[in-house]
Every structure is written in C-alpha cells, then in structure tokens.
Design a binder for this molecule. Structure first.
Ligand code: SAH
Length: 258
C-alpha cells in the first residue's frame, strides 16, 4: 500500500484508502510464488508453531502460508476493515481454528516474549521502519525462530535524481542489499537468505489489478479530491516503477534469531 508518504490522514481519507485497497487481491507487491520461495528457507515448522503475519492486509500472504505450513497464524493490521475481510476469508475456507486476524499495531504487537516461531511481513515493515521493526520484533521470537520480510531496496549504488528524490520523500530508509543484510545482523539475526522479488510481483500481481479499480473508484467518488489524488498517486507510482525498475525493487530478507 502506498502510504509511504508521511502525511497525516483524516478519517474520511483513511476510509477511502481502505476502500481502494480492499478491492484488490493484495495491498503490496508480491506473489504466491514469492511467498512459497521465502518459506522454502524456513525449517522446523510444526502444528504447534505460531506465525505472525504483520501488516497482513486482507490476507494474501497468509492464504499461502496456511496452505504450505501446518502452523497457527495470527494476522495483525491497523485497518479494521482489512481484518474483517481477513477473518471472513479464513471462515469461508473453514480455517478459523488456525487463522485469526487481530486489529493491532506493529509498533505494539499483541504477542508475548518468545511466543512466535516465525514473523512474516510482506510490503509492510516500512510502516515502522526496517531497522526499528527488526529490532523491536526480535523479542517476540523464540530462540532459533525466523523472520521473513520484504523491503524496498536499491539495486545499484547510484541512480537518477528523479527516482532518488522520489524514494527519499517516500521512504528514505530504502538501501542496498548489502546494507539491509548488515542491519539485519546488527538487530540480532543470523542472515539466512535474500532474493529479489520478480517483476511480475509489481506488474501482474499489483499494479495491473489496480487499473480496473481506478475507473470504478473515480466514478463512485467523482468530485472528491482525495479519491482523485489517490488514483493519480497510484498511477504515478506504477509509472515510476516502469521507468526505473532496474534501480529498485523489493527484496525478501530471511533471518534467524541467533
Ligand atoms: N502484507 C499485505 C499488505 C501489505 S500493505 C500484502 O502483502 O498484501 C501494508 C499493510 O500494513 C496495510 O495493510 C496497512 O494497513 C498495514 N499497516 C500500516 N501501518 C501499520 C501499523 N502501524 N501496524 C499494523 N499494520 C499497519
């Protein structure tokens, strides 16, 4: 979700953003294949294991995790409507015994110390900040537990000013793979693996799904400034990606509490 920009939003805007993003399959770049690949680096998960999907949105990553692990999963998200859809979905798939969505902030997680076997977070850790998130979430993991997060990353040491400025404004913590791995180690994890999310995680699985939403959303909210701004910002973000995708993307980082 593109609320990388730190402007304060009122409740009406909040509801509009929520409406826009709840009408698409996922709220950030990613794909079922990428989720499965990240999961392949993680072992020792059993039916007694507990996974947290942090910033779970309407549940796209959790739907894959529940199919490919025997674990219990708790999704947390700040948006109540996303959690409603997350829980409706779990119920319609008769998974409510294993999957539960809770409205909570990633800044104050509703877990006990050393409760979790795996912390999962796709396209969401930027909301607390990568370094702060890794550091603060560490205590909720059991010794030997894993963390897997996708995070905005530079692919080159230098880049055109336009894309540099765009990201400095949106999320200045974006950094190179080498620095992100170092930061993970400094936060108390041993580095397990990292891989770049393929382009289709941004195009087919994220931006393309928004194109039909733009029209219906604008029709429904015509004359509404926030709705127009939101669509313009999303289109701009997609254009920036198309133009500068060789310079940045998401990287999945997997670490182990050591
Ligand atoms: N992981 C999902 C959603 C990614 S979008 C997916 O891959 O589809 C980022 C999510 O983080 C949004 O659902 C947003 O509501 C949530 N979020 C933003 N700030 C948050 C916070 N402080 N605590 C918990 N969730 C937050």
């Amino acid at each position: 979700m593109s609320n990388h920009h730190n402007q304060s939003i009122n409740e009406f805007d909040f509801n509009l953003i929520c409406e826009y993003f709840s009408s698409i399959e996922r709220q950030g770049p990613g794909s079922p294949e990428a989720t499965v690949r990240a999961l392949s680096f993680i072992d020792n998960l059993t039916s007694d294991s507990h996974i947290a999907d942090v910033g779970c949105g309407t549940g796209s990553p959790t739907r894959v995790l529940v199919q490919h692990t025997p674990c219990r999963i708790t999704g947390i998200d700040l948006f109540p409507h996303f959690i409603e859809l997350f829980n409706d979905n779990a119920e319609s798939q008769h998974l409510q015994d294993r999957v539960k969505g809770v409205v909570a902030s990633m800044c104050e997680m509703p877990f006990r110390e050393e409760e979790l076997d795996l912390i999962w977070s796709e396209g969401a850790i930027y909301n607390i900040g990568y370094q702060k998130g890794l550091t603060e979430w560490h205590r909720y993991l059991k010794q030997g537990g894993y963390i897997a997060v996708s995070e905005a990353t530079w692919f080159t040491d230098e880049r055109p000013a336009e894309i540099n400025d765009y990201w400095m404004d949106a999320y200045s913590e974006i950094d190179t793979v080498a620095n992100k791995i170092l930061q993970m180690q400094k936060a108390g994890y041993s580095f397990v693996s990292a891989f770049v999310l393929p382009e289709n995680c941004w195009t087919d699985h994220y931006y393309a799904l928004q194109v039909p939403v733009h029209e219906t959303f604008l029709l429904k909210h015509k004359d509404n400034r926030t709705a127009c701004d939101l669509v313009v910002a999303q289109r701009h973000e997609a254009q920036m990606y198309a133009k500068y995708k060789e310079y940045y993307g998401y990287v999945f980082y997997i670490g182990k509490k050591s």
